[in-house]
Design a protein around this ligand. Structure first.
Ligand code: FCX
Length: 438
């Protein structure tokens, strides 16, 4: 069977040809227009990026190379003792557009495990950081430092042809994905369980099996399975979201994958983006504390209004593109429904109950274009139920996951020879003049 690299070697020439043809034959074809509201409104809806691995439909949600989440749950290989998608198989799908065989997935798991140890100086660097430094800041620092061993950077310094960029980029991307669990688990250990031992990477285990082990939850099969699903589903959400876009922008300068992804992590660390999953838990727990255990729908409605009237956003609701409940939210909810202990969990039930009330309140409030939950509304409650209660850590898990999609695009950006990103900007006066001149 073919390895990931061999599979990519096979498919890259045809894609290169396809893009070249598109550029020469249709370079001048108009696919949209630009309005003032796009320029001053966070470029929402602007068709301006190439991103080959996933597409987000406002109603249906995400598809990974044409496959919906339920499709992926059907066809992507799971762990030998599990049912949920293995992130390795999602990575394979994102990179190649093909569904890997169980054997190929297993081969990739082994490669990642073999490359998973951190360099000693990174371990020391992370161990020296103050315990009070936010785990996302620590993750970004660790990922940036890993660029010490960047294959792309050293090959570039040595002088390589543009056609060879992607192979060194792939090497860095695989090494980075392999090392993320050890880095993320070390941060967790240092911040929340100082003094605990970190188990060695087991070469026979998958990426998340090892991650869960190193976090100290390896014997909780349900949590490990949940983490596999969570990390597979958060892997990619097309290109325009802040973390993916940041990796793409920074990577376009030929910064190596470590620096590019480190930058992406700091975008993910914002409360309107990935940090929302931390914020959701904080908000739901504050609600529980204030209102007690027997919370009615009316109580939740009042609490939502209190949040909105104080000028805050309801975390976990709304989206830049989606206009329906997020299918990732649905998939994680289904996971809860399939596990009796989760179904009975008070925090899981509170998240469900909030979902029964929040869309109507947000519609009445009338501001958000999407009154429905995004994935962050539910992703943390399962972790919380299983004892991973340190919610400041939750975005780190998101950060381990988003690497799958962001790094996939770096490989393809180099394979397709995409140029440095450089959109045109305008001052308010210049826009005003354009309006007057029309
Ligand atoms: N609660 C209250 N108000 C909200 C809201 C929410 N959940 N979502 C949007 N709004 C408000 C906006 O703040 C904006 O108000 P303004 O006109 O006073 O500036 C107005 O509604 C229109 O915003 P809208 O166009 O619907 O949303 P945007 O595309 O600008 O922003 C996000 C999208 C996701 C940032 C926004 O809905 C939000 O802040 N949600 C809460 C935070 C969150 O859950 N983020 C995670 C998103 C995602 F899943 C991820 O990246 O992980």
């Amino acid at each position: 069977t073919k390895s990931l690299r061999e599979t990519l070697e096979d498919i890259i020439p045809a894609k290169q040809e396809q893009l070249k043809k598109l550029k020469t034959e249709h370079g001048q074809t108009v696919v949209g227009d630009i309005k003032i509201e796009n320029i001053v409104g966070g470029m929402r809806g602007l068709k301006a990026m190439l991103w080959d691995a996933s597409v987000l439909d406002p109603i249906e949600g995400i598809r990974f190379h044409e496959l919906s989440i339920p499709d992926c749950q059907k066809v992507l290989p799971a762990a030998p003792d599990g049912k949920e998608i293995l992130p390795e198989s999602m990575l394979w799908l994102l990179l190649t557009g093909q569904v890997p065989t169980p054997e190929q997935t297993c081969q990739l798991s082994r490669e990642l495990a073999e490359k998973g140890d951190l360099p000693k100086f990174v371990e020391k660097l992370i161990d020296e950081l103050p315990q009070s430094l936010h785990p996302m800041t620590q993750l970004g620092i660790g990922v940036a430092a890993l660029n010490h061993d960047s294959a792309f950077q050293s090959a570039y310094e040595g002088g390589i042809k543009k056609t060879e960029y992607w192979t060194h980029t792939l090497e860095d991307c695989i090494n980075l994905i392999a090392r993320l669990p050890a880095l993320a688990a070390r941060i967790y250990r240092n911040v929340y369980k100082p003094g605990n031992d970190l188990p060695a990477i087991n070469k026979d285990l998958d990426l998340v099996g090892n991650y869960s082990n190193m976090l100290g939850y390896g014997n909780n099969k349900n949590l490990t399975e949940y983490l596999r699903l969570y990390i597979a589903l958060h892997g990619d959400h097309e290109g325009g979201n802040a973390s993916a876009h940041t990796a793409h922008l920074v990577g376009s300068t030929l910064s190596d994958p470590y620096l590019s992804y480190s930058a992406a992590l700091f975008a993910l660390a914002g409360p309107l983006h990935g940090l929302a999953n931390q914020e959701v838990l904080r908000w739901q727990l504050a609600m529980q504390k204030e209102l007690g255990d027997k919370i009615s729908h009316d109580d939740i409605r009042d609490y939502l209004w209190k949040t909105l009237k104080s000028g805050q956003v309801v975390p976990g609701y709304g989206h830049g593109v989606l206009r329906n409940p997020d299918p990732r939210f649905i998939a994680l909810q289904e996971f809860c429904q399939a596990h009796p202990d989760l179904k009975e969990s008070s925090i899981v039930q509170l998240v469900n109950k909030t979902f029964e009330v929040a869309p109507d309140v947000l519609k009445e409030h009338g501001k958000t274009k999407n009154p429905y939950p995004n994935v962050d509304a539910t992703s943390g409650c399962v972790l919380y139920h299983y004892g991973l209660t340190e919610f400041k850590y939750y975005t780190v898990i998101f950060g381990v996951s988003r690497a799958l999609g962001a790094l996939t695009q770096l490989v393809w950006a180099r394979a397709l020879g995409l140029p440095i990103e450089r959109p045109k900007s305008f001052s308010i006066d210049a826009l005003q003049k354009m309006v007057q001149d029309q």
